[in-house]
Design a protein around this ligand. Structure first.
Ligand code: FES
Length: 109
């Protein structure tokens, strides 16, 4: 696994995706409650650019989570674990590990 520069820490705004292509993969980074998440900009259902979807807080069975609504067919995915919400399929969002070095974020590929 290698480290690739993604962006400076301050370039990630709370609740908004920043998308960058690294090695032909579009990767979206987002900050939620000061935690960072990096996902492949590809919906596991049919390949939509999932990072263009709306991010929203939802409550499922008394648990509050942050979900993204796919722009093509409106499926919801939990951003934290990548799993689909409500719909029972095995495919989930692909997450990437990252490192922060001197206020710069690097993605592990
Ligand atoms: S492509 Fe995302 S829900 Fe269909």
């Amino acid at each position: 696994m290698e480290r690739y520069y993604f962006c400076k820490e301050h370039e990630l705004a709370e609740g908004e995706f920043f998308v960058k292509t690294i090695l032909d993969r579009k990767i979206g980074g987002i900050k939620l409650d000061d935690k960072l998440y990096f996902i492949l900009d590809y919906c596991p259902h049919a390949g939509a650019p999932i990072c263009k979807g709306k991010v929203k807080n939802i409550i499922i069975k008394d648990d509050e989570l942050v979900a993204i609504r796919c722009p093509w067919h409106n499926w919801l995915f939990n951003i934290q674990d990548g799993l689909p919400v409500i719909i029972h399929i095995k495919q989930k969002l692909l997450h990437f590990h990252y490192e922060i070095l001197s206020n710069e974020i690097y993605i592990m590929l």
